[in-house]
Design a protein around this ligand. Structure first.
Ligand code: SAM
Length: 276
């Protein structure tokens, strides 16, 4: 290891991830967070916010496909999509694969994340130039509180529930979203690690279930995330998460209709906790 540079992120006080920095690419201290991008021989370019790996060129599709496609294949008519967070552009790219989507609004707190993603992460930020994409710089919680439009699908692609993202996991935020999506609407959100954060996931289930008629969880592997297994919540009043209304777009590398069904089948350790 001598003579080589390393990035490490603690996932708990005694475990974490270690990535070689083969080439530093960018660093910026924005008004909200420290933003790093560096090259790694295995994962390609790595985006780090306040010391936490957000996404990497090589494994980003596991997460972005799984955050976007379960909602977009099951909503009856996903014409208007709202993305909260997601400043790297990966989720926006997945949403705009659907010709049914007429407009995708992305609300990102930190314009510097978008700027650096456009400069250094072209495979993720490619869709910011799509005419159907609308970018709003601001706090997602404030946006949904005052939004005048309605949406068919809302995807919350936030950092972990600390700091500016903490409010994106609150009852008030979810209630504001519920008011925007109507009866057929779907809310899907990243919901942390079933291996390390089960109490948090259970607390989210309790909050979401007090607001939405149907709340399901599904999982995906994200190699660079804490615990590798990652959870997502799927909340709606009327949509059955296992009733696909359309085939997924061509060219996906993690998600397909089989993975969709498998993802909603929770392993016993998680199912017993969630359904208790
Ligand atoms: N796609 C990656 C992932 O898997 O987690 C990263 C998601 S994206 C980089 C997370 C974004 O959420 C960050 O750019 C951060 O600035 C943004 N964010 C945090 N709190 C926010 C808030 N209250 N409103 C809008 N965006 C917020």
């Amino acid at each position: 290891m001598a003579g080589r540079n390393w990035f490490n992120e603690l996932h708990t006080s005694s475990s974490g991830i270690l990535l070689e920095i083969s080439k530093p690419i960018a660093y910026r201290k924005s008004s909200y967070q420290e933003i790093w991008i560096f090259d790694n021989p295995v994962f390609g370019k790595v985006l780090v916010l306040d010391g936490c790996v957000m996404t990497t060129e090589k494994d980003e599709f596991f997460y972005h496909e799984m955050l976007a496609h379960p909602a977009l294949t099951t909503h009856p008519k996903p014409e208007r999509v709202l993305i909260i967070g997601g400043g790297d552009g990966g989720t926006l790219r997945e949403v705009l694969r659907y010709p049914e989507v007429g407009k995708a609004t992305l609300v990102e707190l930190d314009r510097d994340v978008i700027d650096l993603a456009k400069r250094h992460l072209p495979s993720l930020s490619i869709s910011f130039s799509d005419p159907r994409a609308e970018v709003v710089i601001g706090d997602g919680a404030k946006f949904v509180k005052t939004a005048k439009s309605s949406y068919d699908v809302v995807l919350v692609d936030s950092t972990d529930p600390v700091g500016p993202a903490e409010i994106l996991f609150s009852e008030g935020f979810y209630r504001d979203i519920k008011a925007l999506i109507g009866r057929d609407g779907i809310l899907a959100l990243q919901c942390e690690s079933p291996f390390l954060h089960m109490d948090f996931i259970k607390s989210q289930k309790k909050i979401l279930s007090s607001i939405f008629g149907r709340v399901n969880f599904y999982n995906a592997v994200v190699p660079t995330y804490p615990g590798s297994l990652w959870s997502f919540a799927f909340a709606s009043d009327s949509v059955d998460p296992l009733e696909l209304k359309r085939k997924p777009p061509e060219g996906l590398r993690y998600y397909d209709e089989h993975i969709h069904r498998a993802a909603f089948t929770l392993p016993p350790f998680m199912r017993d906790e969630i359904e208790r």
